[in-house]
Write a protein that binds this ligand. Structure first.
Ligand code: PGA
Length: 250
């Protein structure tokens, strides 16, 4: 039985003081995250210390949105896994489509980051998903299989520690959600791809859906057999919406 995991991806939003206030509201609305669902907030780097303090004594996990694969060195502007760990971070989003699209991340760098995150004991949330053009030209399956295979290469023995987020790029921030049937089809494809890599652990991997998930569609999506939670952007910035999605995940 896989535990449902609902994570907020705050993206480039919230000053430290605003993060603390939003977390206080999320704590109230989710019974401190003590609700049978694994609840996580992935905040901007600068809000991590304030968020860690605001989360003290709750069951809500703290996540970052990116990291570098090297432990230290001449990498101006980058943040290592140990730097995140030292601040109390437990989760890290890797390979979000915005990072692939605007910051030239590739399957190869996502794979390097994944290995570094696992080595540091962080729980990685690896994002995969096709663009609208890829879907419309019949390339969705190839893209998903390639991303899963290349992003997770060499990490087969650690599959159960990895969370995958299926985020169709055309659904992110657009208000267009994949139907639960469309999403389930891709989640099943992801699980089948994992099973080819490590049959013993594929069933243990949690696969979140992301892309305009909101209280109105969350229950329907998470009721599907291979949808084990959500990665929530816009709706995670409003405590009541985020809490309603967590509730739908129970
Ligand atoms: P959205 O973002 O919920 O605002 O579509 C999801 C994400 O990008 O993780």
């Amino acid at each position: 039985m896989r535990k449902t995991i609902v994570a907020g991806n705050w993206k480039m939003n919230k000053l430290p003081s605003e993060a603390a206030a939003l977390i206080a509201d999320i704590r109230k609305a989710t019974n401190d995250g003590d609700c049978g669902v694994e609840v996580v907030v992935c905040v901007p780097f600068t809000a991590i210390p304030a968020a860690a303090e605001a989360l003290e004594g709750s069951s809500i996990g703290l996540g970052a949105q990116n990291m570098h694969w090297k432990a230290s060195g001449a990498y101006t502007g980058e943040i290592s896994a140990d730097m995140l760990k030292d601040l109390g971070v437990q989760y890290v989003i890797l390979g979000h489509s915005e990072r692939r699209q605007y910051f030239a991340e590739t399957d190869e760098t996502v794979n390097l980051k994944l290995k570094a995150a696992l080595a540091a004991g962080l729980t990685p949330i690896v994002c995969v998903g096709e663009t609208l053009e890829e879907r419309e030209t019949g390339k969705m399956q190839d893209v998903i299989v390639r991303q899963v295979t290349e992003d997770l290469a060499g990490c087969q023995e650690d599959f159960e520690k990895i969370v995958i987020a299926y985020e169709p790029v055309w659904a992110i921030g657009t208000g267009k959600t994949a139907t639960s049937t469309q999403a389930q089809e891709v989640h099943a494809l992801i699980r089948a791809t994992l099973a080819k890599m490590n049959p013993a652990q594929a069933e243990k991997v949690r696969i979140q859906y992301g892309g305009s998930m909101k209280p109105e569609n969350a229950g329907d999506l998470m009721a599907k057999p291979d949808i084990d939670g959500g990665l929530i952007g816009g709706a995670a910035l409003v405590a009541a919406s985020f809490a309603a999605i967590v509730e739908a995940g129970k």
